[in-house]
Design a protein around this ligand. Sequence first.
Ligand SMILES: Nc1ncnc2c1ncn2[C@@H]1O[C@H](COP(=O)(O)OP(=O)(O)OP(=O)(O)O)[C@@H](O)[C@H]1O
Length: 246
Amino acid sequence: MAANAGGLITEPAVRVRNLHRSFSRNGGVLNGLDLDIAAGEFVALIGRSGTGKSTLLRALAGLDRDVAGHGRIAVPGSVSVVFQDSRLLPWKRILDNVTFGLRGPGAAERGRQALAEVGLAGRERAWPYQLSGGEQQRASLARSLVREPQLLLADEPFGALDALTRIKMHALLRKLCETHRPAVLLVTHDVDEAIVLADRVILLDGGVVRTDVRVELADRSRSAPAFAELRTFLLDELGVDEESRR
Ligand SMILES: Nc1ncnc2c1ncn2[C@@H]1O[C@H](COP(=O)(O)OP(=O)(O)OP(=O)(O)O)[C@@H](O)[C@H]1O
């Protein structure tokens, strides 16, 4: 349970209990994982390669049918997923990609508004191949948010972008989340990205949540001392050696 700004106790948007998943007899990837995410809360999920971050995300997205019966998962009715590649349909124009599957007479207008929100006004009739990688991810975010999901799952959405574009996308995602207020689970390898964006950072290790910290920074700029302190703590938790931090 989480207390909202008014002090009321609210049900979490996501509740995972005792989740297990294995792919071989060599042991589990998820080993009795518990996790709650409050409505509107932004959680970043970090962990060493192969620790099961994508496995958890796929289970929450309903993309892993075999996980059923290996724990309890409760997620909201409307869930959107963003991946590292935009997964736009190459044979559809950008607006048609964004509104794909939406019904009702207002769908095109909602799609246009979503594209404007992500900075793609005027690109409605472009084909996916005509957009840069960053623009394709903007379109992918528009396609998710036009559905007003209660839960947004994002698996390394900015992993393929250059450093400057990533920083711009961080600002955009924060703004979109402040406007639309979905619960978010963001998988990332980038500790700085986690601190810049999230309300909470959780670290997966051994198939369970090993570290769970709230990000309470007045100043999220990377040069702030409290930012550096939290980064050092998380890199220590990840077991990243001194050499690799430079
Ligand atoms: N469908 C599958 N079949 C067999 N093994 C799988 C499958 N999906 C994941 N795994 C294995 O489960 C483990 C966890 O994979 P997962 O992709 O969840 O890790 P991750 O933490 O997201 O890693 P990375 O940070 O490298 O993306 C890996 O050892 C992977 O090989």
